[in-house]
Ligand binder design. Sequence first.
Ligand code: ADP
Ligand code: ZN
Ligand code: ZN
Length: 760
Amino acid sequence: MTDQQGLFEFADLPEWEQAAAEDVLVAEVVFNLPLEKPYTYSIPDEFRELLKTGMRVKAPLGRGNRRVIGYCVKVRRAESAVRRLKPVEEVLDNEPLLDEVMLRLTHWISERYLCGWGQVLESVIPAGVRRKSGTRLVQSFVLSETADELVAAAKLPARQQAVVDVLRMATEAVAAIRLCELADCGPGPINSLRKKGIISAIRVRSEVSGELMGVSDPTEDLILNDQQQQTLNAIIAALQSGEHSTMLLHGATGSGKTEVYIRAIREVVSYGRQAIVLVPEISLTPQTIRRFRSRFKSLAVLHSHMTDAERHWQWQQIARGAVEVIVGARSAVFAPAPNLGLIVIDEEHEPTFKQDSTPRYHAREVARYRCSQEKVPLLLGSATPTLESWLRATRRQDTLLSMPDRVANLPLPPVVIVDTRNDPQISKGASIGRALRTSIDRALHDRGQVILFLNLRGYSPTVWCRSCGTGVKCPDCDITLTWHRDRQEAVCHSCDHSIPAPEKCPTCESAAVRYFGTGTQKLEEEVASAFPKATVLRMDSDSMRKPGSHDIALEKFRHGEVDILLGTQMIAKGLDFPNVTLVGVIDADSMLNQPDMRAAERTFQLVAQVAGRTGRSARGGRVLVQTTSPDDPSITYASKHDYLGFAAYELHQRKDTGAPPFMAVTRVIFRGLSEPQVCDTAHAIADKLRATAKQMDPEARILGAAPAPITRLRGYYRFHLQITAPSHEQVKLLWQRVENKLTLPDGVEMAVDVDPINSR
Ligand code: ADP
Ligand code: ZN
Ligand code: ZN
């Protein structure tokens, strides 16, 4: 059909339908629901000018026409003569909350992670930004339309004339206080002018201002060594290419990765662009933050202790391009930098980069997509990369950059594996075996500092009845309680439910309740009594509840006020203390024996990372790893600092078992208060998936349904199933085919976890 014909046909339509097709605007709206497709609403005339893509609206939803807040993701002309659409009822924003880039990114997440677009938007936009926290309506003034005539007709007193002059010069409404300042007057003249109708009052939204972080304790650039310089050159070449690429910086602990990030970002800033740096957890990385603060003019640190108003203000500053560097945890990947130049993900192997609730995205994959859209590089850094990232790099899908050596030619510390199976101390119930004890003594004697790592908090991880042999479990979860001696309570580490010391076994009422195993609190006691002269500091989520407490604790350690630092995962990350001459891993097996596909990878990462905390000065350092599995490859490779060996070994295993990164996995979790109902639902869906897979994809495998490893959590019974296929696309097609026809019974909830990294 030619244009002319088209026009002709169009002109043939009755007049009212022409108007409809040309002029009628509709809005596509998504809600905080697990739905894929947007709903279409008509836009009443009153909102025609106002409503833009990226604003929130209120619109009727469902049979009851409940008015629900949703996000307008598109404003477009009606495709044909309009059907009977429900209208948008209210527009909630004056300006869009989201630009095109963010809309595309969030839409991608909903498709990649199989959840609703609206769910993603709800999670990505900070509540403070949605509520415009910290802004208030301020009385402001403009000249009225008839001002010129009125002023010409009357001779105004000098003060009033001054006010009029100020407003004539102004390009926008002037706030009352500011007007008094500029015209050097009080409220009198302003009120008089208002009564005469020369000026009119309007209310303007104005923000509570905050302060951006500027440089603190500025420090000079270090002179890069050859290895760092070569890496930096490669990154700069990528920055200058104007293309997207992902680079994996595999650098030993202490190889100076942070310095390379800083210099790469310096380059980005010199182009007038912004960089985002993702770190595993803000409160755990005060040292890294401080290093960035000492080097950049404007830095935004997005941490969880901000008020809504502060967050909103910061978000706006970032959106205006006023911030050079944005440092934050996972969600900082959504920072609205207008001219993004680079995203860095430090310690990319950390599981905190995956969100544990809907939308269950992985920040690395979101960053990869965002960077590809904005045609800028993504830089991942780790001494122990995930096998996902490693496989991509070895296949040259991503670029591998290596820094195998520590700065200043410091060697990696020697690691001794201590077999604790026949240790006399440990058989007697101690946690510190003979060899480790001797090493601690020696380190303290030489005025070195010691780090002891144990991944269980609390006092004793098992509350056990000797009579009937059952563990005392949380009434709401299928988890044995952990005894916290300081609180005199047995605590559930999943839901935080706590009960007073159980005097009798809840199963057989015997009084033979005992506490087994060692948590950080018990270790602290043992250390204090074994080394009475040493100062001991415990760092775990119980002792570090207050904001800023990590920073304070680590400063004490840095200044030598503490001899022995003991704690959980918290102390395995990024610490750089030259005086640490001994690291002890109390029990490497506790990580190894988890029912998790990644148990070996996690064990390797933790041992290698904890080991990396020592030997950071000429004083040297050593590492002792206590284990009952001294021959396990994840422990032996970690003791040799042999990431390449471990990766080759573990990839081989994963390939053999058809596991990620060779296969794409999606886990579906069902929960409900009635066990049979949840069980039946999960099994029915698994059967349906199997039948559908048979027809459409013989490569797909369905595992389960089966009870989840934690079969009961917060009172809910839990079942799960797993879909495995060679590609995400295959898993998705299969799942969507079944999901489309799915109606869950009331009382059963479902969560879809694409690329799950925990199997609880
Ligand atoms: P990584 O992040 O790779 O573990 P860091 O960036 O923490 O390593 O660097 C380890 C230590 O080496 C830090 O104290 C840092 O200040 C120092 N450092 C880094 N690069 C250099 C350099 N080129 N010259 C001297 N010291 C350096
Ligand atoms: Zn009992
Ligand atoms: Zn519980």
